[in-house]
Write a protein that binds this ligand. Structure first.
Ligand SMILES: [Zn+2]
Length: 441
């Protein structure tokens, strides 16, 4: 295992959570997608070492060389209840250092924050899980129920080499698990000057499509009416310009009602988008959860200025509301027309669970203990997590990586963003809240 080069840091000022998150950021686990990745093995071995130091027996799994996930089971006091999966992913999206104020893989501490790729998504939560386990297991302690702690490879490319691989080949690892908690929920936002927490109780479906236009290749000087690039561009423009209607689900209806309550207005007096906008920095996430979205993300065609290519391709990132996937695909096919080939590159389910039940109650109580009076709101995440893979085993997944954040930090923008960073005191808050939750639920 390669330990990343260490730079002087105020180690005495750094909580264990910050220390582990910093160490993990220094492993460049960039995942470029379509199987191209720096790999997670070094980070996985680091995590396994931390788990072994706690007296646990982690197992490492390689789906492909370099694509390593780690799983360990922690016996609880009450083994008759369902086990809770507490999971994170070890890969990150790439970062272009030219755009950043700091080296994205140095794990710098500045202005009370830890900077680097993964500080938000999601080496922060990986560290919170490890630090809170240290607390829970201290002095012979135990969690209330069995925990299955998992650190997956490849989440940023749909989990094919991580969570899906393990769920498909080793479902026994998750035997007895009924619920899971992980990323992209549990963080605080500001609504009308009040701090509130978003608890993720659903995820939109994910459909990654490739559109392909075919046409005759030839000299760039020819008169050509069915140029593949022209036809692809027309299809891409239609897809990109399509405005999908708002359709509220149980989760988004409940969320908007809560936002209206906090603002002190009647829900009907403001439109859904207007209510979403009242959440400030979180509005981008919330508006995207109110409808299906389709974004063209990659264009590929041609190789020389005076050669007409016989093929042009575009990648489209479709995020459909849960249950609408097939209808959305049918409408997209109609939109682009029969001459455009549609290839489904990767597809995964949408999820939605109730904002109710013992785990939700426990999470809300725990947050209220550590941040009294702050409302906790359900939300439907517009993106996806490894909870999609776990749902194949009937495990209900939630986004709960608790962070109490300053009102002026645009936290949602930092997911996959430039200058990704997290306040050190938010990491300490997360550790404390998780410790409390895992000790009592
Ligand atoms: Zn993530």
């Amino acid at each position: 295992m390669t330990v990343p080069a260490s730079t002087p840091t105020p180690a005495d000022a750094l909580d264990l959570t910050g220390e582990i998150a910093r160490d993990l950021i220094r492993f460049d686990t960039s995942n470029y997608g379509e199987g191209r990745s720096n790999g997670e093995t070094d980070a996985a071995e680091y995590v396994a070492e931390k788990l072994r130091a706690l007296g646990l027996a982690p197992e490492l799994f390689d789906s492909e060389p370099g694509r390593t996930s780690v799983v360990a089971r922690v016996p609880g006091r009450n083994r008759s209840t369902g086990a809770l999966v507490v999971h994170g992913h070890l890969d990150v999206v790439p970062a272009d250092p030219a755009n950043w104020s700091v080296d994205p893989f140095a794990g710098e501490i500045r202005d009370g924050m830890l900077w680097g790729r993964g500080a938000v998504d999601m080496k922060n939560m990986d560290a919170m899980i490890l630090a809170s386990l240290t607390d829970v297991l201290a002095d012979g302690g135990q969690p209330e129920r069995d925990l299955i702690v998992a650190f997956f490879a490849d989440e940023e490319a749909g989990g094919v080499f991580g969570s899906h691989y393990l769920v498909d080949t080793r479902p026994d690892l998750f035997a007895g698990a009924t619920e899971a908690i992980s990323e992209v929920g549990g963080y605080s936002i500001g609504i009308g000057g009040e701090r509130a927490y978003l608890l993720q109780t659903g995820e939109k479906a994910l459909i990654w499509l490739k559109l392909v236009a075919h046409g005759p290749a030839g000299h760039g000087s020819r008169l050509v009416t069915d140029n593949a690039i022209t036809r692809l561009a027309e299809a891409v423009a239609k897809v990109g310009r399509r405005e999908w209607p708002i359709r509220l689900t149980n989760t988004t209806r409940q969320l908007l009602a809560e936002i209206a309550r906090i603002l002190g207005v009647e829900p009907q007096s403001m439109g859904p988008d207007e209510l979403a906008l009242a959440t400030g920095t979180a509005s981008g996430f919330i508006q995207a959860s109110l409808r299906t979205t389709m974004n063209p993300t990659v264009l590929t065609a041609g190789y020389k200025h005076n050669v007409i290519p016989d093929r042009a391709e575009a990648l489209i990132d479709v995020r459909a509301l849960p249950g609408e996937e097939d209808a959305v695909l049918a409408e997209l096919a109609e939109l682009v027309g029969p001459d455009i080939e549609i290839v489904v590159m990767h597809r995964d389910v949408g999820l939605e669970t109730e904002f109710a039940g013992p785990l939700i109650d426990r999470i809300v109580q725990t947050l209220h203990t550590h941040d009294p009076g702050a409302p906790v709101l359900p939300y439907l995440m517009p993106a996806g997590t490894d909870n999609k893979a776990l749902s194949k085993l009937g495990i209900k997944g939630y986004g709960f990586a608790p962070l109490k954040l300053p009102a002026d930090l645009d936290f949602p923008a930092l997911f996959h963003g430039v200058d990704e960073r997290v306040p050190l005191d938010a990491l300490v808050f997360g550790r404390t809240v998780l410790t409390d939750l895992l000790s009592t639920y």
